[in-house]
Structures are given as C-alpha cells and as structure tokens.
Design a protein around this ligand. Structure first.
Ligand SMILES: *Cc1c(COP(=O)(O)O)cnc(C)c1O
Length: 458
C-alpha cells in the first residue's frame, strides 16, 4: 500500500484514540460553542477536491465535539448503545475489506459469519431451531421485512399471491396492535399499504402493556404485533398469554423487541419475554443493548420460506449460492456492508455469559438510578423495567425545568417525553461502560437541579 495511505489510516487511528481518551470529560451533549463550530463545514463543493489529511483534520477539529456521548458512560438519552471494543476493531477491519454482503459469491466470509450469527442468535434468544435471520440497518427496516413476510403469508393462506397479484384487489387481512406500539411499527405498516384506519388498536394499561381483556377475537388472517420493551418505562406486553391466544386462532405474531428482546439472553430477565418462542417473527437491534455499533438491526422469522419469498429478487445476473445463505434473501437490501462482522465480534467477545452479565448490569443500573432519584424526592411512577425507567416531579413545570438543567449539566444527558399529556424524564441505561459511580454522579445532578428548581418555583 501507498505510504501516504498508510499514514492517513494511522492518523485516523490517532484521532479515534484521542476521541476515546476524552470520552470521560466530553459533555454527553455538545456545548453551544461546539455546535457553532459546525458552520465550518458549510461551503460549496469545491472543484478541486481536498486532501484526505485535511478532511480528517477538519472532522476531528470541528466534528468530534459536536457528537453526543454514546461512547461515554453517562448518556441516558433515547436507547442509544455504546460500542464494544471487539465490535469496533472488527468493524474497522471489515471496512477495509469493503465487502458487499448481498450474496455468498460476493463475500464468502460475510455470508459464513452471517450464517453463524443466525445460529448463535437463535440459541441465545431461545428461538425455534431453523429460524431465519436477516441483518438490516435497524429495527425499523427489520420490522418492514418481518411484516412483509406476515402480510404475504396471511394473504397466501387466502389463496392470494401478493408478489404477482398485488394489493389492490387483495382479500383483507387484519392487523392488531397495542395503543403504545412504536412509531416505526406504524411506519412499516404504512410502507406495506396498511394505514391507521386498517388497524385494530388494543388499549394498554397504565404501563403501556396491551390489555388481554381488550384483545379482539383473532383469526387466521390476523397479524398481531407485540412489544417487548416500551420506549417509555420499558414495559412488556404479556407475551406468553397473547401468543397462546394468537396461536389458537392461527394468527401471525410479530414481536418488536428492539432493545428489550435481549432480555431472552439473561436468566434473570427472561421472565419478561417468557413464551417468545411461540411467535412467528421478531425484530431487535444489535446497536442498542448489545453495543455492537451502528447500524445493525436483526429480523428473525420462524419460517425461512415466508421471509425469503416476501423479499425475493430475481435477475439473470444474480448467482444464488448452493453452499451458503445469501444474506440479501432476508432483507429489503441487496448491496449491504458486512454488518455480520461486528455482530459476530461482539457476540464472540462476550460469550453468552458476557451478554447476560452486560444486560443484567444495565438493568441493575436503571433500577438503582430510579431508586436513588426516588430518595432524592422525585416521583417514580413505576419501578424500572429492564434497562428503562421514568421519573417526574410534582408539577409538569418542575419536570420540564429539571430536565433542562440536567441536559445542560455537562455531566449526564437524558431525554424527555410526553406521556398521556404529562412530561416525563426517561432514564435509559444502554452502555456497557456505565458504573454505579456514573449513576451516583448523575443522581447528584438531578438532586441539585431539583433543589434549584424548587427554590425558584416553590
Ligand atoms: C429503537 C426502537 C425501534 C426502531 O429501531 P431503529 O433501530 O431505530 O430503526 C423500534 N421499536 C422499539 C421498541 C425501539 O426501541
């Protein structure tokens, strides 16, 4: 390789290490000053181009401070994961390979690792043997893949071949989901030609769990969509009972468990998802709880045939392999980066015991966080579930003001939400590096913020 190229990669590594060295001190959300420096990127595209060295230097100088603290240990916003060292380094190597993981013939190593990860994931989550896996950008796309498989199969059972006959005159299928289904589920349904008015919405309880007593009669052309891990507080639908009802009726059950399905990998958390193996398809993210890095969504489908036939593509130039799976058969994408590499590295570095310990630690930290805030005078409407908790103050105005102070603290960062008309602060512990001390430091910030706001607002 060219010496300049080698130096460039070394420089990239230096900048990356400098970034990680400062991860502990950098505020988990960029300062106003860091955001204002982003204007330095603004320029017309030059005719002449820019040297790679100058590009890296600009990125380091003006870009790195305007990142959010996913790589730190006190970023509790949304459900954003950290990045395990093995996954990070393996992704670098895989980036260098620049493989297209669409087909075996395009990247034998990517195809083999994807095949291996499929078996590892199926075992880790205790899913039915033979379950097929596809690797996507994230859960949003994984859900589209799974629901496409569901829709086509429910139509096929009614004698309708969707890929050939289309949707226009298709017999109806029913879609049943909980009131608090994730926005990406609704987006996926819309992409698939199923609108809000086509959907039967089941009321949820005060935690956001689907109410069994409100479940409509199901049948064999119904798609039932469950949630394993609510974004607001972490609650799980009663999976076992709902799957039993669905299976008696011959309905298709999909479980959206973007961060929460990882409960299946922990003996302590497993009761949250008990019965999950009775579903027909599942989706989750390796970039959330597993900390395998962006972007890595996972779709799993009990019927390999249903998933592959819904996402089938054909062309005279396509060479399907007879030796190994072709990854593109299980997603909407053809050309894809080899995201099996970091996924494999993350799983291999942790082992099943390591995944379990990491998941348990996140859950313990979330519970401890909520408990400490309760002691500090916050209202904790319900105990933490999995790695999620929510807290509030005695008035909505105080909650909003405290959240603002916390977000500007430079110590930790949380996101807020509005739930049933009232603001809440979300605590989401998604980093393998978070320690009890991080929670103590963060709880201290909340305590100070509450004192300051109480003094002002009374
Ligand atoms: C994050 C999330 C999604 C969407 O996943 P992406 O990876 O962001 O596409 C879907 N459902 C739930 C419950 C989530 O938490």
């Amino acid at each position: 390789m060219d010496e300049q190229y080698r130096l460039l990669l070394k420089q990239a590594m230096k900048y990356s290490c400098a970034y990680l060295d400062a991860a502990g001190e950098r505020p988990p959300y960029p300062t106003e000053e860091a955001l204002s420096v982003l204007s330095e990127f603004e320029e017309p595209l030059s005719e002449e181009g820019t040297s790679p060295e100058d590009i890296l230097s600009l990125l380091h100088r003006c870009g790195s401070a305007a990142t959010t603290g996913n790589m730190g240990s006190r970023y509790f916003g949304f459900v954003n994961g950290n990045l395990l060292p093995a996954a990070h380094a393996a992704a670098w190597v895989a980036d260098t390979w620049n493989q297209n993981s669409a087909l075996y013939v395009m990247s034998p190593v990517a195809a083999r690792l994807e095949d291996l990860c499929e078996r590892w994931m199926v075992n880790l989550l205790h899913l039915p043997e033979g379950t097929a896996m596809g690797l996507t950008t994230g859960s949003s796309n994984a859900i589209i893949c799974a629901l496409a498989a569901a829709r086509n199969e429910l139509l096929r059972r009614q004698g309708w071949n969707l890929p050939q006959q289309g949707l226009r005159n298709a017999p109806p299928i029913r879609v049943v989901l909980g009131e608090e289904a994730h926005a990406s589920v609704k987006a996926a349904l819309s992409v698939l030609g199923i609108g809000g008015e086509d959907v039967e919405v089941v009321p949820t309880d005060d935690r956001g769990r689907m109410r069994l007593d409100c479940l409509p009669e199901l049948d064999d052309h119904t798609l039932l969509i469950l949630q394993a891990g609510n974004m607001i507080g972490g609650a799980y639908d009663p999976i076992d009972a709902l799957c039993d009802r669905a299976n008696q009726a011959g309905a298709w059950v999909h479980i959206d468990g973007a961060f929460g399905l990882w409960a299946a990998a922990s003996r302590r958390q497993y009761p949250l998802v008990a019965g999950l193996e009775k579903a027909s398809s599942w989706s989750l993210d390796a970039h959330k709880t597993l900390n395998a890095g962006y972007d890595c969504g996972i779709v799993l489908c009990r019927s390999r045939e249903c998933l592959a036939s819904a996402l089938q593509f054909n062309g005279s130039y396509i060479q399907y392999s007879s030796q190994c799976r072709d990854g593109a058969s299980y997603t909407t994408d053809m050309s894809r980066r080899a995201r099996a590499v970091p996924l494999w590295a993350a799983l291999k570095s942790l082992g099943s015991r390591g995944v379990e310990e990491m998941v348990d630690a996140m859950c313990d930290h979330a519970a401890y966080f909520a408990q400490e805030l309760k002691k500090a005078g916050f209202i904790v409407p319900a105990p933490a579930v999995f790695n999620q908790a929510v807290v509030k103050c005695d008035t909505p105005e105080k909650t909003a003001a405290v959240l603002k102070l916390v977000q500007n603290s430079g110590v930790c960062w949380c996101s807020g939400c509005e739930h049933r008309g009232e603001p809440l602060i979300r605590l989401s512990v998604c980093s393998y590096t978070t320690t009890r001390e991080d929670i103590d430091k963060s709880a201290a910030v909340f305590r100070q913020a509450l004192a300051a706001v109480s003094e002002k607002q009374g």
